[in-house]
Design a protein around this ligand. Structure first.
Ligand SMILES: *Cc1c(COP(=O)(O)O)cnc(C)c1O
Length: 378
């Protein structure tokens, strides 16, 4: 018998560590020996470099993506009971941030790309003029149609916070995700395209007042030493994480995105199976391919996943349950769940994420293609 083939992972953190180890240790030594661990030069410098990379004026580091979303909504002026139009298919954190900020989530369905359906947004906004906030998600790494988003924002005078946790660097119509809304939030959770070695996040904005409010809000609402102008939280980005992100991760992000795109192009060109729907491929910069979602249209999703697993290919599901069906929301009786969520339900029942990460070899990508092509729905 031949040796079992190594499993192709969703994210290969050990290969990543081999690649970043020296730079990470340099960053740790620098912070350790500086004697300054909270809100110093490392955070300020990383924020400047992140803002420059993103093409916005301000970045404000936070403890994680959930807090970045909550702080973003509060800095946009969300008040207790305000409705926030959002998507039913995302990480739970998207909706949780709305609730934590005191808002009421309102859901419309997604379209066939997985993103919030702008047509349904438009209809609902025309019917309900009390909705003033929109929290769209650039899901799977793909930028939503930014021109549509801009029109919607303008036509209904919306306050928009873009959830860019999965789509750092994605563009549509040459407009970057996260640059149309009054603010954007992102996450550096380890699996994200710019992942830290722990929890971290950021708020991005071109608005100096929002930037100032967010910087205070993450630090107990302090506007000056021991002067608390807002009821903030403690969600500071650590000097250590900022240094590691800046030294070991951010400099490679562009190349890692290119590597993800190469794998995605291979999958799009070579996966041929009538039981699978591949993600729509727009123009080259549309997606940064945080994930590669396929929909299983015949047979069972479980069987497809076991077939891949038995051939050494790890998969996962994003997401198996639409957010309005999460027990915490149902129990709280929160939100308006009147919309019919057909597409979101279909994604929840049939989506499978194939491995895609910057440390995958061509040979591994080809093996994923072969195993997908060999699967026949029973
Ligand atoms: C990961 C993620 C978040 C939450 O980020 P954390 O840093 O884990 O709090 C929010 N929204 C989306 C779309 C995400 O993928």
């Amino acid at each position: 018998m031949s040796a079992p083939e190594p499993t192709i992972l969703q994210n290969d953190f050990k290969r990543q560590w081999e690649f970043v180890e020296e730079a990470v240790l340099r960053a740790v030594r620098r912070v350790g020996s500086s004697g300054w661990y909270i809100l110093g030069n490392e955070v300020a410098t990383f924020e400047k470099e992140l803002a420059a990379f993103w093409g916005v004026s301000h970045a404000i580091g936070t403890g994680n993506g959930l807090d970045a979303l909550e702080i973003g909504l509060r800095c946009l002026g969300l008040q207790l009971g305000d409705k926030v139009l959002t998507t039913p298919l995302s990480a739970f954190a998207t909706t949780l941030a709305v609730v934590r900020a005191g808002g009421v989530p309102v859901f419309v369905d997604i379209d066939e790309t997985g993103g919030i359906d702008f047509g349904q947004c438009r209809e609902l906004l025309a019917r309900d003029s009390s909705i003033r906030f929109l929290l769209p998600v650039h899901i799977y790494g793909r930028a939503l149609n930014m021109e549509e988003l801009e029109r919607l924002q303008r036509d209904f005078r919306l306050k928009v916070l873009e959830d860019c946790a999965q789509a750092i660097g994605a563009e549509s119509g040459e407009i970057r995700a996260g640059t149309i809304g009054q603010a954007a939030a992102t996450s550096f959770y380890p699996t994200k395209n710019l992942g830290a070695l722990g929890d971290a996040g950021a708020i991005l904005t071109n608005d100096a007042e929002i930037a100032k409010a967010a910087a205070e809000m993450r630090n107990y609402g302090q506007s000056a030493h021991y002067l608390h102008s807002r009821l903030g939280l403690n969600s500071r980005l650590d000097e250590l994480h900022a240094a590691i992100l800046r030294e070991a991760f951010l400099p490679h992000l562009a190349a890692w995105t290119t590597a993800r795109r190469r794998i995605a192009m291979k999958y799009l060109a070579q996966i041929r199976n009538a039981s699978l729907i591949l993600p729509a491929s727009g123009s080259a910069n549309d997606s940064v391919w945080h994930l590669f979602p396929v929909l299983v249209t015949a047979g069972s999703r479980d069987e497809f996943q076991s077939h891949l697993r038995s051939h050494g290919v790890a998969t996962s599901v994003h997401y198996p349950r639409v957010i309005p069906n999460q027990p915490a929301l149902v129990d709280a009786g929160l939100g308006d769940y009147s919309a019919r969520l057909e597409n979101a339900g279909r994604f929840a029942r049939t989506e499978v994420s194939l491995p895609i990460h910057p440390f995958m070899t061509d040979g591994e990508a080809e093996r994923v293609v072969r195993v997908c092509n060999n699967w026949s729905a029973s």
